[in-house]
Write a protein that binds this ligand. Sequence first.
Ligand code: UD1
Ligand code: UDP
Length: 378
Amino acid sequence: MAFELRKGKKKIHIIVGARPNFIKMAPLYREFNKYPLEFEAKLIHTGQHYDERMSKFFFNDLQMPQPDEYLEVGSGTHGQQTARIIERYEKVLLADKPDLVIVAGDVNSTAACALDAVKLHIPVAHVEAGLRSHARTMPEEINRIVTDSISDYLLTPSPDADENLLKEGKSADKIFFVGNIMIDSLVQFQKKAKQAKILQKIASEFKLKSSAFPYALITLHRPSNVDSKEGLLTILNAFKEISQKIKLVFPIHPRTTKRIKEFGLEEMIEKMENLLLIPPAGYYDFLKLQMEADFILTDSGGIQEESTYFGIPCLTLRPQTERPITIWEGTNQLVKLESQAIIKAAFQIIEGQRKSGKIPEKWDGKTASRIVDIFRDK
Ligand code: UD1
Ligand code: UDP
């Protein structure tokens, strides 16, 4: 049975920490604020991501105010980062006593804040519950399992997530199929993103003749892909080959920048003339880059979903995905982590074999409203 919230005006903590959280929580924060007599929503930023380009840019693009609390936890090992969040957020909870804590996705901030709240008997809602890659070596899989096990409201993006939760023995009345909240932001800001000038900026920086050039868009940040030199080289060798046929636009994640330096791979990257390396892109710029791309090569979670929404072919550089609906219904395809397999899959798209798909049910921009509805007094 889902936890019954008390009647009357409710104080709600909305937790954000890492880049994808900002995109998922902005629409929810906005939706709660439509009912000021019913809710007081507060934004809590753990500070897991802190660079301007990983955090502040998103608050600006997504039109979010400064967070009410900023915990400044920064980077560290999993133990350090998670422990810092737990210690610092507990203090906020004890002082502020919210009626409900809402966490999203699968990052360390998600599991840590959920754990804090549940220990203080404060109900927790998990947005994007039920996704499973079934790969326990992924830190995110552990965060998903932990968070779903202790949450009172399991708010799912797709029917496969409901099935996973039921198989694990979660009670059906805790599970709410609300749809994909990331798509709420996309729908809201798509028009603005269309006008973004990122391609002109890239053309000018890299001295290209025109800003209308064919390209594949790349993102890479999974520890399993970038934290070993061998793994990273497998992927970079494939990029080298693919870039003989098409330009590659690569907004690079700070984890990957760090690894490239550490492994001494800067020279290899510099030599790839058609690899256009740029800093992490803002939200509008990145949506624009997705919309205009010939195809996408990524290991991101969210980008598998956004590319399905846009109908752009996506090659996911991972052995499995927690978002299988993007394969069953969308434009996503998993690719083996071998240089030749990556090259082959990319060349097939370049030669015209493009996967088409449809937009999954309830990926319609209305997920935040379905969520808030659950918490309104009936
Ligand atoms: C985290 C999430 C991952 C998510 C990703 C989104 C966990 C376990 N991982 O991975 O699920 O897909 O965010 O982008 O929560 N760094 C900076 N500046 C920043 C943030 C990070 O330089 O603003 C560097 C630091 O060197 C840090 C490294 O990136 O050690 C990794 O950051 P961290 O937050 O631990 O994990 P991500 O790889 O970003
Ligand atoms: N994104 C962005 N700029 C970038 C890369 C990604 O705005 O340079 C957005 C992307 O559109 C998506 C989200 O960040 O909405 C995905 O985040 P990320 O890949 O960092 O995390 P994951 O989804 O893998 O947890």
